[in-house]
Design a protein around this ligand. Structure first.
Ligand code: COA
Length: 160
């Protein structure tokens, strides 16, 4: 049976840290679905459509990676698509408590799902989307931390 995993997140914006996790996962699973969460409560810089478009462009060369939107609870998406594997990246021990809470909540809401964690490579472990936005908005160079497409889209936002 095909092993399909979903990698959910806000991706506001996608970073090299996320991309590293996606690339490694694409070698383990038959199919990786990057699930871009709406998250209105996060007051995102990029709209859901923009975030989906950015991720699609950045993963277009990886054949077994797909991108979809998450506009409902993760468990409802999993139930609807009959998927039971969730992937998350772990950057440091600081991510662990939050991930444990999400894992427990999601597992209680939908029995039978499994969350798989990939430990982020050390050179990406400090990266977060907020940090990228902070550097960009203060005139810093984010080229080492994000794909070229993200760099371009951030510059466009800054010009507006
Ligand atoms: N590289 C770079 N950054 C990483 C990273 C990595 N490997 N791993 C985590 N991060 C950062 C993100 O950049 C983000 O940074 P920010 O807070 O500065 O924006 C932060 O960690 C949060 O991670 P993210 O992957 O965006 O997840 P999230 O906290 O927004 O979680 C869900 C999204 C949907 C997976 C989670 O909220 C969940 O499971 N919720 C259950 C309830 C539900 O289903 N909600 C649906 C909402 S539509």
């Amino acid at each position: 049976m095909k092993k399909v995993v979903v990698y959910p997140g806000t991706f506001d914006p996608l970073t090299n840290g996320h991309l590293e996790i996606i690339k490694r996962a694409s070698k383990i699973f038959d199919e990786v679905i990057v699930l871009v969460a709406k998250r209105d409560e996060k007051n995102t810089l990029f709209s859901l459509e923009e975030r989906v478009d950015i991720v699609k462009r950045c993963v277009s060369d990886i054949t077994n990676v797909k991108v979809d939107k998450l506009e409902k609870l993760l468990v409802d998406y999993l139930r609807e698509h009959k998927i039971n594997l969730v992937l998350r990246g772990l950057r440091s021990y600081k991510d662990f408590e939050y991930e444990r809470e999400m894992f427990e909540a999601n597992t209680i809401m939908l029995k039978g799902i499994e969350t798989i964690f990939i430990i982020a490579a050390p050179h990406t472990a400090f990266i977060s989307s907020s940090l990228i936005k902070e550097i960009a908005f203060n005139g810093g160079d984010v080229s080492q931390f994000v794909p070229k497409e993200v760099q371009k889209r951030l510059s466009e936002k800054l010009r507006r």
